[in-house]
Design a protein around this ligand. Structure first.
Ligand SMILES: Cc1ncc(COP(=O)(O)O)c(C=O)c1O
Length: 388
């Protein structure tokens, strides 16, 4: 039996569309992230999971420590549900949530917010409440070669002197306390190894960061004591983990193993997350139409952002329709044998994003005695939460 058949059989009584997690693959992926982090604690990127039960499952494993949330209201919700260490990786302008943070000492001690601009500092300082806000400075980890910028467009703080100036501004602001630095190397972590040119760019960028990061950490450490220096993502933890100036690495997608990580040369996560769509129509002998499916991934507009049918094997999306808003036609060698009510399994390009389409995920586990167990846990959506 292939894994897909096992997952399909284990969930056959459940109504589709449905999302499932193969716990054996999830466990193997978690272990591999820990191996690649080589002793450096992994902060879990929540956006790449969006299931609180699975965040707690991963946090309980040795090697994982702390959460990297994507929104301040999310971080507040996580702390109110027991989390004790949450870094919000992207700046916030949410005044209500900042007011909650400044008014509640439990939140203020557990949550760290991201900044890279004096205007964000002013916003934090203007929020009502007396509490000091823990702040992390986002350092632009992109590679700048001549006039080209390789990496994401986030923080303007790139050089040692820019970092020191930004840190001085935070230290001078009574409402904030600078506790961390973050260096997210998207051009390494988020870039599949599609050719020699990409490999070369990644090597140059890793080398540049290996020199710039410790200089920035050292210079900022002269102004204040840093609790955390974070870097990396699923695609780069082994590249950054042995840098002694880091206290932690970040990763999330590597748990679910989405298709965007199929083409990395140095590691291969197992597909741990998939979803099933039911066949509802037979418009032609060689075509079947499924319910749902239009879950394109975010990012640049390209076919790499389209989900992939993986089981039964030999199915593909029709290029002129793609994955549809409420229906998705598919074709291929396996299509003719599919009957109304059968299910087709899909993998998504990204990890947590597709959880916004499901209220629960079904965890499929094979016990030691061979018995297959299925437990269901709510996604963020299933808990009535939507953070954007
Ligand atoms: C700041 C930051 N750190 C780390 C990551 C890596 O996340 P993942 O491991 O899910 O790719 C991301 C992803 O976008 C990020 O924005």
């Amino acid at each position: 039996m292939t894994d897909w058949q096992r997952i399909d059989a284990a969930t056959s009584d459940l109504p589709a569309p449905l999302a499932a997690v193969d716990m054996a693959a999830l466990t193997a992926n978690a272990d591999d992230l820990v191996r690649r982090a080589a002793g450096t604690p992994i902060r879990i990127a929540t956006k790449s999971v969006r299931v609180r039960g699975l965040l707690e499952w991963a946090l309980a494993r040795p090697g994982f420590q702390g959460l990297m949330a994507y929104a301040l209201p999310e971080a507040i919700w996580l702390v109110r549900n027991g989390a004790t260490d949450v870094l919000v990786a992207y700046p916030t302008v949410d005044r209500d949530s900042l007011a909650h943070l400044r008014a509640d000492p439990t939140l203020a001690s557990a949550i760290t917010v991201m900044v890279d601009d004096p205007e964000q500092l002013r916003l934090i300082a203007s929020a009502p409440g007396a509490g000091q806000v823990r702040v992390c400075l986002d350092i632009d980890a992109s590679l700048r070669l001549a006039r080209s910028h390789l990496g994401v467009r986030r923080s303007p703080v790139h050089s040692v002197s820019q970092a020191v100036n930004a840190a001085r501004a935070i230290v001078a602001e009574p409402a904030t306390r600078l506790v961390g630095l973050m260096f997210y190397d998207a051009q390494i972590a988020g870039m599949p190894d599609t050719g020699a040119d990409v490999r070369a760019m990644k090597a140059v960028s890793a080398h540049e960061l290996r020199h710039r990061r410790p200089r920035i950490v050292e210079a900022v450490s002269r102004l204040c004591a840093l609790d955390m220096v974070n870097a990396g993502g699923t695609g780069s933890i082994d590249v950054v983990a042995d840098d002694p100036c880091l206290t932690e690495v970040a990763a999330g997608s590597g748990l679910f193993g989405p298709t965007l990580f199929d083409d990395y040369r140095d590691f291969t996560p197992q597909p741990a997350f998939a979803y099933a769509l039911p066949v509802t129509r037979r418009p032609a002998p060689e075509i079947r139409t499924l319910f749902g499916g239009g879950y394109m991934a975010s990012g640049e507009v390209s076919s790499t952002r389209q989900p992939t049918p993986v089981w039964p094997e030999g199915l593909r999306v029709l290029p002129r329709e793609g994955v549809g808003e409420v229906q998705t036609p598919i074709t291929g060698t396996a299509a003719a044998a599919l009957r109304v009510g059968d299910r087709v399994w899909w993998r998504h390009p990204k990890a947590g994003e597709v959880c916004e389409r499901f209220t629960s995920v079904h965890l499929v586990d094979v016990a030691d005695d061979g018995e297959v167990r299925v437990a269901s846990v709510p996604t963020y959506r299933g808990e009535g939460r939507c953070f954007g």
